[in-house]
Design a protein around this ligand. Structure first.
Ligand SMILES: NC(=O)c1ccc[n+]([C@@H]2O[C@H](COP(=O)([O-])OP(=O)(O)OC[C@H]3O[C@@H](n4cnc5c(N)ncnc54)[C@H](O)[C@@H]3O)[C@@H](O)[C@H]2O)c1
Ligand SMILES: O=C(O)CC[C@H](C(=O)O)[C@@H](O)C(=O)O
Length: 359
């Protein structure tokens, strides 16, 4: 008798701007996976974002959090249009969600395809996702010389240790995959701890020391450990991106490094992420709501399609993830149906259909 299909319930949170154009593409991808994978999906539409805030007075309704916690196996998040000037009562829903669900790791692979020219890039940024300056404890006070604003940068042993452990585990998993390939591109896994403890000796110092200790565990004996100050890492990541394997970073450096690394592979529209905690993951493209192209139907859906794959990987569905990666890479390597950010003319829909055809 055939094994019963696994059914996964997926929360869909499009958010604002092009989030509303790429999340439906993610849903169609899940609905189009071959039946041989023995996977079924049910979906629940959930609200969050600036439009939700304007409509309801809250950017992250309690219902969204409750449904994710109680009903869902995983979720997809598009993007939100967080204003750059303070709006009373608004707070970034994705930042809040990461904390409320304790999605402590933000995993961001940046990779070229086999058909790309130049040295292959295959690195992953493992970004701490709950603290650092993202605790958002800011205040402003008046002084005789004018206003002064300050923010707390919180780094804890607990968060630094678990993110470094996650980075070590990802490094081991990646090496296992490389070793199984016909030609392995790297003989040993490597984790680079990034920090600025030359200046911030207490906060980034604690991150570096704690990450170092976590990676000293016996099970990471085969992992090469390195440390690098974040500014020189930016330089080296632009000069020699092929050098890196896994980078573990405090929250803000990880955010900035991942957008920078996206430039190396051609577009923000290509880079996925997964917000991860034990047994649960939210796939989220690294890009934002892209107001400059919103509503034009030309957003590149590939970051979202890869985020679907990454979510599935963290939910234990590696075979489904592999199918998606292969189909996306084939679309990119053929290069006939590319969206405008990659120099093509294809719409979101055309890119999606081309990927679906290749599944
Ligand atoms: N996870 C999130 O919700 C998230 C992430 C980043 C930014 N934001 C928010 O997004 C808003 C806009 O921010 P921004 O303009 O600085 O960054 P952005 O990532 O939205 O856009 C930067 C540039 O990349 C392009 N781009 C991004 N995604 C693309 C895609 N899929 N296809 C083609 N081109 C793409 C845009 O057109 C733009 O030129 C802000 O309000 C910010 O707060 C949200
Ligand atoms: O604009 C927002 O509400 C959040 C942006 C968000 C972040 O983590 O800072 C985004 O830059 C990201 O990389 O997920």
């Amino acid at each position: 008798m055939a094994a019963a299909a696994r059914t996964l319930r997926i929360g869909l949170i499009p958010g604002d701007g092009i989030g509303r154009e790429v999340i439906p593409a993610g849903r169609r991808l899940l609905e189009s996976l071959p039946s041989s994978l023995n996977l079924k999906f049910s979906f629940v539409d959930l609200d969050a974002g600036f439009d939700t805030f304007k409509r309801t007075g809250t950017a992250l309704p309690d219902k969204t959090v409750e449904v994710l916690k109680k009903e869902c196996d995983g979720a997809l998040f598009g993007a939100v249009s967080s204003p750059t000037t303070k709006v009373a009562g608004y707070s970034s829903p994705i930042v809040a969600l990461r904390k409320k669900l304790d999605l402590y790791a933000n995993v961001r692979p940046v990779k070229t395809t086999a058909g790309s020219s130049g040295e292959p890039i295959d690195l992953v940024i493992v970004r701490e996702n709950t603290e650092d300056l993202y605790v958002k404890e800011e205040r402003t006070h008046d002084t005789p010389e004018g206003k002064v604003a300050e923010a707390i940068k919180r780094i804890s042993e607990r968060a630094s240790s678990r993110i470094a452990t996650m980075a070590g585990e990802i490094a081991l998993r990646r090496q296992k995959i490389r070793d199984a390939a016909p030609v392995s591109t790297r003989s040993k896994p490597m984790v680079t701890i990034t920090h600025k403890s030359n200046v911030l000796s207490q906060t980034d110092g604690l991150f570096r020391e704690t990450a170092r200790k976590a990676l000293a565990a016996e099970r990471f004996a085969s992992v090469v450990k390195e440390e690098q100050i974040v500014d020189s890492m930016v330089y080296k990541i632009f000069r020699q991106p092929e050098y890196y394997d896994v980078i573990v970073a405090p929250n803000l450096y990880g955010d900035i490094l991942s957008d920078g690394a996206a430039a190396l592979v051609g577009s923000l529209g290509l880079v996925p992420s997964a917000n991860v905690t034990d047994g649960f993951a939210i796939g989220e493209p690294c890009h934002g709501s892209a107001p400059d192209i919103e509503g034009k139907g030309i957003a590149n859906p590939i970051a979202t399609l890869r985020s679907v794959a990454l979510m599935l990987e963290f939910l234990g569905e590696e075979a489904a993830a592999a199918k998606i990666y292969t189909a996306v890479d084939a679309n990119l390597d053929e290069g006939k149906l590319l969206s405008p950010d990659l120099g093509g003319k294809a719409s979101t829909e055309e890119v999606l259909n081309d990927v679906l055809k290749r599944l």
